[in-house]
Design a protein around this ligand. Structure first.
Ligand SMILES: [Zn+2]
Length: 390
């Protein structure tokens, strides 16, 4: 796909099947509730965008129409109570099933024309007639917001690494921006990335016309419903972290010849980050900077994690932090959300400086660097974090 590149693949949400999406009949109910509760600003925007498709999905998941049972719902808290009663306490679950419901797998994108939109740090590419086209302003604003949030977490500006970027996509033309491609279904994503996931970030290096090393960063997302915004935020966070942690002195001013020289320069600059932190920062951007606190229907993270915290499937952090992502993600659905919650606790309690130091420690063995940076072992801090969630 990208010649002369060394790529680091970050596979995120993986899913396999599909269900067709029906017309949404909940728009008017959701608008009425928003009016009654006088929701405004981002809270209103998230509520209007995300709630109707959630209800549509819950119709499907529960096997019945919720319309009747929601007839007496007048406020957000009424709605929460009704869903607790009708569906059960775990009605909110951003699992694979929700994404599958909105993600058709059986038709290729046809007839759409390629379009792109530039923001300060991104070139967003999409096809006409897709959901991404409909939501593009919202997507652009959210991508920039996630990028700024991660920049703040890892220490200020990412403008220096941005200057080394070389776009690899059709819309790129050496704009020194991160390329983002939105796909209307999984086949289109697979054609471009060879990935059967819903989101992927490729980070690598290439050689430009002057034989200088340049970085490449491309995000691909299957965007078929506004919940995929969580994937966009997650992938943008990966991109920002990969760029922000790269040691630019390894490639600065270097004239490179051949693949070997390129690989050597790239891996001299590439900083290893434990998968726990990579994925955790991704979900931190999605939940703490994106949804949480803004979409009034989303329970707090402690509640989202309750099924795993109170069960035998809980994996102690000292194992999770050093675990291989491919193994853990398969076993542990809540892996990245759990990591995000722990990261947020660390930032709140110990400050962003220590988080920055941990992220940039350049060691895949996060447990070792944790103890030296935080002055306590993971197990002791894990206890405090768990206590904060109850
Ligand atoms: Zn990820």
């Amino acid at each position: 796909m990208i010649r002369k590149s060394i790529l680091v693949y970050l596979l995120c949400l993986l899913t396999v099947c599909w269900m067709p999406a029906a017309e949404n009949s909940y728009d008017s109910l959701v608008k009425a509730v928003a009016g009654n509760d006088a929701l405004e600003g981002e809270t209103l925007e998230y509520f209007l965008r995300l709630t109707p498709p959630l209800l549509q999905y819950l119709d499907h998941a529960s096997g019945r129409k919720l319309n009747k049972s929601l007839a007496n719902v007048h406020s957000v808290s009424d709605l929460k109570r009704a869903l607790d009663r009708e569906i059960g306490p775990d009605w909110i679950d951003f699992g694979e099933e929700l994404f599958d419901f909105f993600t058709p797998c059986d038709s290729l994108e046809k007839n759409g024309e390629a379009r792109s939109m530039e923001t300060a740090h991104f070139i967003l590419s999409f096809l006409t007639g897709t959901r991404a086209e409909q939501d593009i302003d919202f997507l652009a604003a959210n991508a920039e917001k996630s990028f700024a949030a991660i920049a703040a977490t890892i220490g200020g500006s990412l403008e220096a690494p941005m200057r080394f970027l070389k776009n690899s996509g059709e819309a790129g033309q050496d704009k020194r921006k991160i390329a983002v491609f939105f796909h209307g279904n999984k086949q289109a994503m697979q054609q471009r990335t060879k990935s059967n996931g819903l989101g992927i970030t490729n980070f690598g290096a290439t050689i430009d016309d002057e034989q200088s090393v340049r970085l490449t960063c491309e995000i691909n997302v299957v965007y078929t419903n506004p919940f995929a915004l969580a994937i966009v935020a997650h992938e943008v966070a990966h991109a920002a972290l990969l760029l922000g942690s790269f040691k630019l002195e390894a490639i600065q001013g270097n004239k490179i010849e051949g693949q070997k020289g390129l690989a050597k320069a790239f891996f001299a600059g590439y900083r290893r980050i434990p998968a726990f932190l990579q994925e955790g920062i991704g979900d931190h951007a999605a939940y703490y900077q994106g949804f949480l606190g803004k979409w009034p229907l989303l329970p707090d993270i402690g509640q989202l994690l309750r099924p795993v915290l109170g069960s035998g499937s809980y994996i102690p952090l000292e194992q999770l932090i050093d675990a291989h992502p491919a193994i853990v993600v398969k076993k542990h659905k809540y892996f990245s959300l759990l990591a995000a919650s722990f990261i947020d606790f660390l930032i709140q309690e110990y400050g962003v400086g220590k988080m920055r130091a941990w992220l940039l420690a350049g060691n895949e063995k996060g447990r070792e660097t944790f103890a030296s940076i935080y002055g306590e072992d993971v197990r002791a801090v894990e206890k405090k974090w768990l206590a904060s969630l109850t």
